[in-house]
Design a protein around this ligand. Structure first.
Ligand code: NAD
Ligand code: MLT
Length: 540
């Protein structure tokens, strides 16, 4: 088999490259700093690309992705990768989020101290042979309040170190559990404003998302204490750079330390002209240990993903089936089968797909929110949606692109958790609304661990949610089922199981499992039977 081809476009520590190069089924090309046009011309020749923040992977680059299956980001931030474009093309994006946590944490602490004590300015001054002790009056960390915006990996790790400096630590992060903050000895603020008004030092550690761009502007600076020290080692643009300049010039901010910028590489900016602003060229992750960490992690992950073994830290596969608890994997399969079933019986253009998760089993959330992707559905909803879409779309539908394909087609995807439904305790209800009709399918997994469909619309059944069935709908009157059996028998098609449900004197539906294939001509014969409304083969 031809080897998997991997392109590396940013500096990756040699330890990571060595891991890739020693594998027989991997061929590595290094094109560090490759120009966008050149990258566009060759990206489709590779199975995987490994980048850092120096390469922007845009929608335009991914327009014709060829054989590209994996984008590996050696680091945390995904703001240089168009996740939606990658997802629509079914390309897996994975990062190495833990490799440089300590490096970024230690730079943050260094920058905080550097700004509070003006260390870089004092250094430059003495090197100009000045001995000016009065100019370099600083502020102590001890006894002060540090406000951390974003209490994730780096924010949490900064909190632990700040406490060792004797700081009181408060944080604003609407997406973490209070128990995480309690465990770190950090007081959670309900509102950002509360953090802004109480902090002597403020540091941001959120991803750059639609919600966090311009999180700190003139309005927020106005709420801060006079003489606050502000640090940004997360992403440029979370703190508005022009407003930061004004706040420093006006004396509201005693000093600021900034490692990341809206436009990188930064060559010119008013920030660079202010004495009390200390800057570094995006070096948060630049320690030997941090770079080795991310390189080794991403190299191993990309190899595993190319071989189809594991997809660790894949950010656009909403949830890995294999990472769900065993019982939930069965519900995952059930949802996908229910989606497939609905796709085969519903007529019209789909408008709404909704999964209702019934019962205490589904109370907890499965999977973590990934901030860089706009969808945060439960895995079962994505599975149901994938099952539903893949029957009717020409393109390959995957767990990655299903929500995007639905969005492109204006299909509203909804999910909800409810405590009970009729007599059922644990149940999935998948509802489809099209411009022509609406259908509701219910299913569960009993103690025998076999996913089953329990009803289709008003028809109650108990049908195994896998395999192929002859589905037919008829008027409920004597003789029809017999005639269906006669036609099948005449064509040597053996019935293996029969699920029939009816509304007395109304309509009946049947799902018949068969030992043999049903040729199209036999289906037509069935459809022509008096009283039969429809007949088709459905695959779950
Ligand atoms: P993380 O995902 O572990 O933590 C991010 C936290 O931000 C999460 O807890 C999340 O709940 C929180 N958050 C999201 N939206 C928020 C909002 N609107 N308000 C408040 N909190 C919000 O990420 P991490 O590994 O800690 O990285 C944090 C940041 O640091 C990222 O932007 C990453 O790109 C950046 N980073 C920079 C460098 C560097 O070289 N300077 C190095 C590593 C990471
Ligand atoms: C990250 O997000 O990991 C850092 O910003 C470092 C980098 O850009 O590689």
């Amino acid at each position: 088999m031809a080897p998997f081809k991997i392109l590396i476009t940013d500096n990756l520590a040699p330890e990571g490259i060595a891991i890739l190069e020693k594998e027989d089924d991997i061929a590595v090309d290094l094109k560090i700093g490759i120009a966008p046009d050149e990258l566009r011309a060759c990206i489709g020749n590779y199975d995987a690309i490994i980048t850092r923040s120096g390469t922007s992977i845009t929608a335009d680059l991914l327009a014709n992705p060829g054989r590209l299956k994996i984008i590996g980001r050696a680091g945390v931030g995904l703001d240089n990768i168009d996740l939606e474009a990658a997802s629509i093309k079914g390309i897996i994006v994975m990062n190495a989020p833990t490799g440089n946590t300590i490096a970024a944490t230690e730079l943050t602490m260094g920058m905080m101290l550097a700004a509070a004590r003006k260390i870089p300015a004092a250094n430059s001054s003495l090197k100009r042979s000045e001995w000016d002790r009065k100019r370099f009056m600083g502020r102590q960390l001890y006894g002060k309040t540090l406000g951390i915006i974003g209490l994730g990996r780096i924010g949490g790790s900064v909190a632990a170190r700040a406490k060792a400096f004797g700081m009181k630590v408060i944080a604003y992060d609407p997406y973490i559990k209070k128990s995480r903050a309690d465990g770190l000895g950090v007081t959670l603020c309900e509102q950002l404003e509360e953090l802004l008004t109480h902090s002597d030092f403020i540091t941001v550690h959120t991803p750059k998302t639609g919600e966090t761009i311009d999180l700190i502007t003139a309005r927020e600076f106005a709420l801060m204490k006079d003489g606050v020290v502000v640090v940004n080692c997360a992403r440029g643009g979370i703190i508005n750079e022009d407003d930061l300049c004004d706040a420093v010039r006006g004396g509201k901010v005693f000093a600021a330390a900034v490692d990341v910028f809206g436009n990188e590489p930064l060559r010119q900016h008013p920030l660079l002209e202010l004495d009390n602003v200390f800057v570094t060229p995006h070096i948060g992750a630049n320690t030997f240990e941090g770079q080795e960490g991310v390189a080794v992690i991403i190299a191993r992950q990309v190899i595993n993903a190319l071989r189809g073994k594991a997809y660790e830290n894949a950010v656009n596969i909403p949830y890995m089936r294999s990472q769900l608890p065993e019982e939930m994997q069965l519900y995952f399969d059930l949802a996908e089968s229910m989606g497939r079933l609905l796709a085969q019986i519903a007529r019209g253009r789909p408008e709404v797909v909704e999964l209702l998760m019934v019962g205490p089993k589904f109370k907890e959330d499965f999977g973590e929110r990934v901030f860089d992707i706009p969808f945060s559905f439960q895995p079962f909803t994505v599975a149901g949606l994938k099952g539903f879409l893949e029957r009717n779309l020409q393109e390959t539908v995957s767990f990655i692109n299903a929500p995007y394909l639905a969005k492109e087609r204006d299909i509203k995807v909804q999910e909800a958790k409810i405590s009970s439904y009729e007599r059922y305790n644990d149940l999935f209800l998948l509802r489809i609304r099209t411009d022509a009709e609406e259908h509701l399918v219910g299913g569960t997994v009993f103690a025998d661990r076999v996913p089953r469909v329990l009803f289709v619309d008003q028809f109650h059944l108990e049908m195994i949610a896998s395999g192929r069935y002859l589905y037919f709908k008829n008027i409920d009157k004597p003789g029809i089922v017999g005639r269906v059996g006669t036609v099948l028998g005449r064509h040597q098609i053996n019935i293996a199981g029969f699920n029939l449900s009816r509304i007395k004197g109304g309509k009946a539906v049947s799902f018949v499992s068969l030992d043999n294939e049903v040729p199209e001509a036999v289906l037509q014969e069935l459809v022509a039977l008096d009283g039969l409304l429809e007949a088709k083969i459905v695959s779950l």
